[in-house]
Design a binder for this molecule. Structure first.
Ligand code: A2P
Length: 334
């Protein structure tokens, strides 16, 4: 039997929240890794990460890091991607980028394998991973679009702190502990305390009044679903949840809808689980979707304010389907 090819893999941001998940997903899915190179900033250089029972020291990212690398996963923020993704590409690596920097570039495929995996064929060395909230929402919306033809959505997100990285996870933990001890703690990552609070502010504000994060669902949704007319009015909200984003969606469709047909479409959609028995208090919750590959959908009902409308609730682990898992699925497609 011919030996399966194995790859030299760099993970940029390996010491961060998404990077740690990437190592776990590569290992769990048995991705053929010949050599793993964890890269970080100088702050974490030398820090040990573990991969397949090996302890590997993170190296400081530099222009020389990508020599001999086949595949580079980037999850170290937009500035790092902007500067080093072209370097990795020039060194011959294929880049799978988790930042928003390249997502709208026409020659960069923006891919959710269950939806538009075939777009990957157009790549020229760089593939973009979608925004985490968009990915979770589209996992539920796309099967419904296939069934009924989506026109527009109104949505509100409930986004976990791990979406803002490892420091935000610590910030929530320390604020919860401080509150339990009746102490005050200072907000550093966020502009307000996140423990026992929610705020309608994810990413920076645009002149329109929406945030950048809020517009990603429309902009990225158009590319991923190949639907240039798709419209999405979204309010993104940060909530004191460690892991897994949830989105409440009201969607308007071209054709008449029914809950039974929606259930049928969702039940057979890859990467989606239907959790929809509200009479038994059964609906998706981030506490239980955290750590799972599949996104869960529930509360499916006829929308009382839209024609041909459905309302639903979707919850999914944004570090997995919204980031690391989707990136590794892209690599598997390649
Ligand atoms: P470091 O650990 O050295 O800060 P998170 O999203 O959890 O905050 O993680 C961000 C990841 O990106 C970390 O691994 C972090 O490394 C890495 N990173 C941040 N800035 C840079 C940079 N300028 N160069 C290389 N890696 C970076």
């Amino acid at each position: 039997m011919p030996k399966t090819r194995s790859y030299h893999i760099a993970v940029v941001g390996a010491t961060g929240a998404v990077g740690a998940e990437l190592l776990g997903v590569l290992e769990r899915r048995g991705f053929p890794v010949e050599r793993l190179l964890p890269l970080s900033s100088s702050r974490s250089a030398g820090k040990i990460v573990s991969f397949r029972n090996n302890e590997i020291a993170a190296e400081e990212l530099s222009s020389a890091s990508f020599e001999g690398i086949d595949l580079a996963f980037f999850s170290a923020g937009g500035d790092t991607s902007r500067r080093y993704a072209p370097v990795a590409r020039a060194a011959g690596a294929i880049v799978i980028d988790n930042s928003s920097v390249f997502r709208m570039e026409p020659d960069v495929p923006l891919v959710i394998p269950e939806i538009n995996g075939e777009d990957i064929q157009q790549h020229s060395g760089l593939i973009a991973n979608p925004n985490c909230t968009t990915a979770v929402a589209l996992m539920a919306l796309y099967p419904l679009h296939r069934a009924f033809g989506v026109r527009r959505v109104f949505a509100a997100s409930y986004q976990a702190v791990s979406g803002s990285g490892a420091r935000a996870i610590s910030e929530l933990r320390s604020q919860v502990e401080a509150a339990a001890g009746k102490q005050t703690s200072v907000a550093k990552v966020y502009p307000h305390p996140i423990a026992f609070n929610v705020f309608p502010h994810v990413d920076s504000f645009l002149p329109s009044g929406y945030t950048k994060e809020e517009m990603k669902m429309q902009n990225e949704g158009r590319r991923i679903m190949h639907l240039p007319q798709f419209r999405a009015s979204v309010t993104c909200v940060r909530v004191p949840v460690y892991r897994a984003h949830s989105v409440a969606v009201s969607a308007e469709f071209e054709r008449p809808v029914s809950v039974a047909e929606a259930h049928e479409a969702l039940a057979k959609a890859p990467g989606v689980e239907l959790v929809d028995e509200p009479q038994k208090n059964s609906y998706p919750m981030p506490l239980y979707t955290a750590g799972k590959d599949n996104c869960e959908v529930g509360r499916v009902r006829l929308d009382c304010a839209l024609v041909n409308g459905l309302s639903f609730w979707v919850s999914g682990d944004q570090l997995l389907k919204g980031a690391a898992l989707n990136a590794v699925q892209i690599a598997e497609l390649l």
